[in-house]
Write a new protein. Structure first.
Lengths: 510, 557
């Protein structure tokens, strides 16, 4: 019996899926009041409009999202004031044929559609004798405005970063790509959260198979709620078990535009300032948006440094252990003697010592992120200096290990993408154990495993190791370590359609 | 369409797979005692490249036949052919793993059991085949170039160590011999026998019919490196030494310097490159075994991979047997057998993830915890001997190890836990006894990797026991060959000498030699030169002499 009772609301819910808006306002109001029972944040406002107040209307909206609805200076307010002075026939005509005379209005025919519009932060207007409702856009939910991109700071280039509102985010992209070929498709994901997800792409650049695949994957799962693009990413990526991110994330609109122009697809998720760019690959994770704003020599040098940084962040602790525990012969005599002397009196093995200090750094980093503003920075500096210095003086660790950990940390911080750097931070521990346990043999085993794993990864059919595993060498698009001069960046990378591979051409002089 | 094409590998990936898979096995196993050395072998190698070129063209034409052995050869013949290829893979894999198991504990990490080392190698190689052929292609593309470039660079860095007189020895030892040329020829064909697996690979290559140039380029690159190495080895080590050492490639980098002295030696990096290539070769064999098992209808490929990996490990454990007999099997059974299978199939055709990865990673980590760290010694727990003195004594030998004064040398001023000893002298009948005496009495690990000076007592040189010293140093894998060798009346007394600035003998003598302009340089003899004379004529070259008079140290020729 209890089970049947539970099923009843579910069945009602199902019936509501295809419930049409009735021409009887009373019926609509009854249904809405039932569905919105105990939702005190949603207001249902009955009104009587027209000269003799003969036209029954209903306005439904979320209080905070549409708080200024009735004010005179808003479009809706003006409209309602106007409706008090015209005849009922004129009101019906206005509603049916002129869409209330407001620009951003959409007619809705289903109840579920109407409810969805209300929950998205719009006002919905019902009128007696009319079997449609009007969705009237308003300012929507409270959200943070456009702010600086904190995670991807640049010296040159736009300061704008994405905010939590998906609509604002797509507007920031549109602001930079004023082309009708830029398409923005909307989907609601999450059976309870109804999170708005937008797919952005350049119609004539994107491979249709890629687009189809993206849409297919979005429809492959049913989940109660999507709260951030990170959840979307994990649900739709190819290899969920890999520590490497398969979507590139960015909070910079200019970066998104760069990738759209490369023929990639971008997913924007409501309530998330991070855009997902796909397919993701090794080269794009190592790229910063300002790479294309700097001069090519400097940009290439910086890219090279980042690749070295990745190597340092992953291999340095493991190599250090391999060398001092197994292969001391490869270091110059004075250096190894210095290492040996520095470790004199340290009570722990070098592996323990290094793991201890690496974990301390991770703790500092985590604490620095959680602690607000300037205090976070202070924790980093104080922690680094005080803990490092104190640990060396107390002979808990040797000074060289502090240097190794500092260089490793600098390496991981120099990687432009945080998720990508995090994968290498994890790998570092694997190499640390393997180098400490098996010397260079362990490091070689680790490199073989990592190379094998990365070589097997694909993101939407594109090998993860692009552009280093490109099959053709003719069309260099400047994605690798060497950043081409802009004048030589003639071709788009392989993500774009072949017939659109030309990016730059010189205009013929008249 | 680009998105679909990713299932096939490019010609570049094919080329790099060949380089990665063949380079280390060839370089390690083709030279040395009883293998392909000398000018006759070199001529044989060059001649073998020609038929190999034709053979490759034949293999390309046969590719469709190998896509489904059962279909092209019939159920029985297809399965038998598949089994034959799998046995070949088993033996080749066992051989490569045995080589790896022999090299690592001797040359890289002492004190680790061979079983563990080979076990980890097999485990890691099994995970490497997860991405299928496209994955292996990409892996080869990103690492093949680095490996090839790195190895060629190291060979170039070895060139300055070469001596024309060493090459003259090779020329002097040459006598035209048809049999030796044929042995070089057939030996090269046998080495390249794994090219017979090419049709299984070519099925996954885009436009494979035009892959001939790529494969030929691969064979020519490998052939060029092999021939280059066949000249470089005797030029650097001496011909006499090359024909007597088991793996002469290993000490090749022992005396090479990196510009800028960033690293004292980089033979460990050389070993790293070789190991990576060996692992790739093993991974490729495992991948092919799976593909062949599936193509021949022998059952589920994944199971076969595990079974074959286990069998390869078992074969490698037999060690000596596979190392000694694989060459015979290759020459008399596998090479003719592979040819017969291929020709038969060709003629006949004319008529008509996830869970596994996690488990393997878990096993790998656990096994490293269980078996790892056996050979690891912390840097402060090592005794860094910079100078070694050997004298003849009444009991047999007196060995003196000269160590630096750490607080003094490094300037850090930290006192050693148990005080420091500048010179440690141990007597014994032979080096085994001396080592045992050291192990009984000293807490620190004896690290001879930084040895800079070797002083031999004159009586030792006269009675011929210097050969014992050289044999001892030969078995010490970490001793560099660029250390300076001297003679002295009393080596122990020389080692006990202390400079005015408290510098040890090793540091002082190295400074004395290296900090002079070329015109005033002291004549020196390195360990490599000593080895050269020993392997060539069992003689000791004329060594410079160290004398200590009134607390000053002098070197005279």
């Amino acid at each position: 019996m209890e089970q049947e009772k539970k099923r009843q609301p579910e069945q009602e819910q199902d019936n509501a899926q295809d419930r049409k808006i009735s021409s009887s306002l009373r019926e609509n109001e009854k249904y809405l009041r039932k569905r919105l029972e105990n939702c005190s944040d949603i207001l249902i406002r009955p009104m009587r409009l027209g000269e003799q107040r003969k036209v029954d209307c209903l306005m439904v909206y979320i209080e905070v999202a549409v708080s200024n609805m009735m004010l005179d200076d808003s479009a809706i307010g003006k409209m309602i004031n106007h409706f008090w002075t015209v005849s009922p026939e004129q009101i019906r005509e206005f509603v049916q044929y002129n869409s209330l005379g407001i620009a951003d209005v959409k007619k809705l025919s289903g109840m579920e559609e109407a409810l969805s519009a209300i929950l998205t932060g719009n006002a919905v207007f019902f009128m007696d004798g009319y079997d449609r409702a009007m969705k009237i856009s308003s300012k929507g939910y409270p959200a943070m405005g456009v702010s600086e991109a904190d995670k991807e700071k640049v010296l040159r280039g736009s300061r704008e970063g994405f905010s939590d509102s998906v609509k604002s985010n797509s507007a920031l992209v549109r602001k930079r790509l004023r082309d009708t070929r830029l398409k923005v498709e909307e989907y609601n994901v999450g059976v309870r959260s109804h999170t708005l997800v937008q797919i952005l792409y350049m119609e004539d650049l994107v491979h249709e198979e890629l687009l189809e695949e993206v849409k297919e994957r979005l429809g492959e799962f049913e989940i109660d709620g999507i709260l951030d693009s990170g959840m979307l990413e994990q649900l739709t990526e190819d290899a969920w078990y890999s520590p490497f991110p398969q979507y590139q994330t960015t909070e910079r609109p200019d970066r998104v535009v760069q990738e759209i122009l490369n023929g990639k697809v971008v997913l924007l998720c409501d309530n998330s300032p991070e855009a997902l760019v796909l397919p993701g690959n090794f080269g794009s994770f190592m790229e910063s948006s300002e790479d294309w704003y700097h001069r090519f020599e400097m940009a290439s040098f910086l890219r090279m440094l980042r690749y070295l940084a990745v190597l340092a962040a992953t291999l340095l602790p493991g190599l250090y252990l391999a060398v001092i525990r197994f292969h001391t012969q490869i270091l110059p005599g004075n250096l190894i003697l210095s290492f040996a002397e520095a470790r004199e009196g340290v009570p722990f093995s070098s592996v323990t010592e290094l793991i201890f200090l690496e974990l301390s750094f991770e703790l500092l980093r985590e604490a620095g992120v959680r602690v607000p503003g300037a205090l976070g920075n202070a924790i980093g500096i104080v922690g680094g200096l005080v803990i490092g210095q104190a640990a060396v003086e107390a002979n808990l660790v040797s000074p060289i290990v502090v240097m190794i950990v500092a260089l490793t940390a600098l390496g991981s911080l120099a990687v432009p993408n945080e998720e990508f750097a995090a994968a290498f931070r994890l790998l570092k521990y694997v190499f640390l154990v393997m180098g400490g346990g098996l010397g260079i043999y362990g490091i070689v085993l680790g490199i073989y495993l990592t190379a094998g794993h990365l070589a097997g990864l694909v993101s939407f059919g594109i090998p993860y190791l692009m552009p280093f595993v490109k099959k053709t060498s003719g069309t260099n698009s400047g994605e690798g370590i060497w950043r081409l001069p802009i004048r030589r960046r003639i071709f788009r990378p392989g993500y774009a359609r072949e017939d659109q591979s030309l990016r730059l051409k010189r205009k013929e002089q008249s | 369409m680009r998105f679909a094409e990713n299932n096939r590998i490019s010609h570049r990936q094919l080329y790099r797979q060949m380089i990665l898979g063949f380079l280390a096995p060839f370089i390690l196993c083709m030279y040395g005692a009883g293998k392909l050395n000398g000018i006759n072998a070199l001529m044989g190698m060059a001649m073998a490249l020609v038929p190999l070129g034709f053979y490759v063209i034949l293999l390309i034409r046969m590719t469709p036949v190998f896509e489904n052995l059962k279909k092209s050869g019939g159920v029985l013949v297809g399965r038998l052919t598949g089994l034959f290829f799998i046995v070949f893979i088993l033996m080749a894999g066992g051989y490569i793993l045995a080589v790896l198991g022999q090299l690592v504990p001797v040359s890289l990490i002492t004190g680790m059991s061979e079983e563990w080392i080979t076990f980890w190698a097999v485990l890691v190689c099994m995970t490497g085949i997860r991405g299928g052929m496209p994955g292996r292609g990409r892996m080869a593309q990103i690492s093949g170039g680095v490996l090839l470039g790195g190895m060629i660079l190291m060979m170039i860095l070895c060139i300055p160590q070469g001596k024309a007189e060493y090459l003259h020895d090779m020329a002097a030892a040459w006598k035209f011999s048809g049999q030796e040329i044929f042995e070089g020829f057939y030996g090269t064909i046998c080495a390249f026998s794994a090219v017979g697996l090419l049709p299984f690979l070519l099925g996954n290559v885009e436009k494979y019919a035009s892959a001939g140039k790529t494969v030929l380029a691969g064979i020519l690159t490998l052939g060029g490196i092999l021939m280059g190495m066949a000249v470089l080895l005797p030029a650097v080590l001496g011909y006499g030494r090359v024909v007597q050492e088991r793996y002469p490639v290993l000490p090749l980098l022992d005396g090479a310097d990196l510009p800028g002295n960033v690293l004292a030696r980089f033979d460990v990096l050389w070993m790293g490159f070789l190991l990576y290539s060996l692992l790739f070769a093993l991974g490729s064999l495992l991948h092919y075994s799976r593909q062949i098992a599936e193509g021949a209808g022998l059952g589920w490929g994944k199971v076969w991979t595990v079974v074959i990996a286990a069998l390869i490990w078992c074969i490698a454990r037999t060690g000596k047997w596979i190392l000694e007999s694989f060459g015979w099997y290759l020459g008399y059974i596998f090479v003719p057998g592979l040819l017969i299978c291929q020709i038969f199939l060709f003629l006949r055709s004319k008529k008509r993830h996830r869970k596994k990865g996690v488990i393997i990673s878990g096993v790998l980590i656990c096994s490293i915890m269980l078996g790892g760290c056996a050979g690891a010694v912390e840097p402060e727990k090592r005794m860094y001997a910079l100078a070694l003195g050997v004298d003849a004594s009444e009991d047999g030998l007196l060995v003196s190890y000269g160590m630096p004064d750490l607080p003094e040398s490094t300037g850090q001023g930290k006192e050693e836990e148990n005080g420091s000893t500048r010179v440690l002298a141990i007597r014994g009948e032979n080096f085994t006894q001396i080592e045992e005496a050291y192990d009984r009495s000293q807490e620190k690990f004896r690290d001879l990797g930084h040895l800079q000076v070797l002083v031999l007592g004159k009586p030792l040189l006269e009675d011929g026991r210097w050969e014992l010293v050289l044999d001892y140093l030969k078995q010490e894998a970490f001793v560099g060959e660029d250390l300076y060798v001297f003679q002295a009346e009393n080596a122990s007394q020389v080692l006990n000498w202390q400079g005015q600035d408290n510098s040890s003998l090793g540091e002082y003598v190295t400074g004395l030699i290296e900090n002079r302009m070329s015109g005033r340089r002291v004549h020196t003899v390195t360990l490599r030169q000593v080895f050269y004379e020993k392997y060539k004529s069992h003689t000791m070259p004329k060594l410079p002499e160290i004398t200590v008079t009134d607390s000053s140290l002098e070197i005279s020729v």
